[in-house]
Design a protein around this ligand. Structure first.
Ligand code: MN
Length: 315
């Protein structure tokens, strides 16, 4: 099996293309060989009821993905045990992601607000552990939204200290945290790979990593390759999304540069396809994510197309 994995790692993308299904094998555990390929749950369902979970997990599996990324904006609404059981039934894995809100923000100067943000992160860590996830990522260091000004030193200090405590809790449960760099209109804390590396270094735990997203890199970075190189060994999670958040390859993002950059550094962490359409995303979340139009309305067609796009460029 190790030999096979090494062979895959070299260049047998064509071979993989004919056997992309993760099947029910447990051989593709996260620590082995190439990147697991994931899909954001919101490609398939707007909520997390039992029917939603089944739709997501089976949809992701039948379209060729290894894992599902579960949004944890409200961890209390996620039945972790049920999620775990459905994942296991289908031989699938999951990661989690969330963004904080302005009233629960660890990058705030207000201690109570920081405390509420930290409590939410702790709940999200517990939910992630509950369904067997080993990565929790997203804008977990700040409210997701446009700030009226630059981050203060006190806000950054609060953020780093809270992240360190949450990271220690996550480490006890075998979970790695990913700090997602997002564009300037969605945070004033981490817009670039370099800023995220600096924060990882300041937090100082081994389970805190940089999470890059092509949609945001397209706005803030010099190039896809440069951002990946800047992250270096801190790179732990990648979102692939188009500039307009719709079908891959139909927008302005340099996605060839993204995948070439990942191959050049030998990245083997998760790569997850992210796309939002108001056809699926609830009104509340649509408002947070600024989803004002339908980029697509057929989840399976979108997911199949994205999986093939990734296979042709990556594996
Ligand atoms: Mn993202």
């Amino acid at each position: 099996m190790q030999q096979q994995q090494r062979a895959k790692k070299k260049n047998l993308t064509l071979c993989l293309a004919s056997d992309s299904s993760p099947s029910s094998s447990s051989s593709s555990s996260s620590s082995s060989s190439r990147s697991p390929i994931g899909v954001h749950a919101l490609v398939f369902a707007g909520g997390w009821s039992e029917a939603d979970i089944v739709r997501c997990v089976t949809g992701a599996k039948t379209t060729g993905y290894d894992l599902v990324e579960v949004p944890l904006l409200d961890p209390s609404s996620v039945d972790a045990e049920l999620t775990k059981r459905i994942l296991e039934d289908h031989g699938m894995r999951a990661t989690s992601s969330l963004g904080l809100s302005f009233d629960k923000d660890i990058a705030s100067e207000d201690e109570e607000c920081v405390r509420r943000g930290e409590a939410l992160l702790n709940d999200a860590v517990d939910a992630t552990a509950g369904f067997g996830g080993n990565v929790m990522c997203g804008v977990i260091y700040s409210a997701l939204g446009k700030y009226p000004g630059k981050m203060s030193n006190l806000a950054r200090k609060n953020c780093v200290n809270a992240l360190r405590r949450v990271a220690n809790r996550a480490a006890d449960k075998g979970i790695t945290l990913g700090l997602e760099c997002v564009n300037r209109y969605e945070t004033n804390v981490l817009n670039t790979s370099r800023q995220a590396c600096e924060m990882c270094s300041d937090v100082g735990t081994s389970n805190i990593k940089v999470h890059l997203d092509s949609y945001h890199m397209n706005i803030e970075e010099a190039s896809m390759r440069q951002a990946i190189a800047d992250a270096g060994s801190y790179l732990g999670y990648v979102h692939v999304g188009e500039a307009h958040r719709g079908y891959l390859g139909t927008g302005m993002c340099d996605l060839d540069g993204l995948f070439d950059g990942l191959k050049e550094v030998g990245y083997d962490g998760p790569v997850t396809f992210e796309s939002f359409s108001s056809a699926i995303v609830s009104k509340d979340l649509s408002d947070v994510l600024c989803v004002w139009r339908d980029m697509w309305n057929d989840s399976h067609d979108l997911a199949t197309n994205a999986r093939e796009f990734i296979r042709q460029r990556y594996h």
